[in-house]
Ligand binder design. Structure first.
Ligand SMILES: [Mg+2]
Length: 92
């Protein structure tokens, strides 16, 4: 079963994403950037990472992605980010 890491500070949104993904994926949840980084470090076999942009705490979504890209086994893992913001500064 493919494993997907879903990161959002909103439990309601995490549940919605999980429901949308359906039964055929194993969803691992993380509640903020720090948690997302920690879970990404221990879960080497993620097929996809789905994350919110706006999260409280040390890392917002983009800062968290930068950290996750520094983890050897997630250099190439696809990352999908969503936000309710109407304007976001592109990340390079
Ligand atoms: Mg949020």
């Amino acid at each position: 079963m493919k494993k997907i890491l879903v990161i959002d500070d909103s439990s309601v949104t995490r549940r919605k994403v999980k429901t949308a993904l359906g039964e055929e994926f194993h969803v691992v949840e993380a509640v903020n950037g720090n948690d997302g980084i920690a879970k990404a470090k221990i879960k080497k076999d993620l097929s996809l990472i789905i994350s919110d942009h706006n999260m409280p705490g040390e890392f917002n979504g983009l800062q968290m992605v930068k950290e996750i890209r520094n983890i050897d086994h997630h250099k190439m893992t696809p990352i999908f980010m969503f936000s309710s913001e109407t304007a976001l500064v592109p990340y390079y």
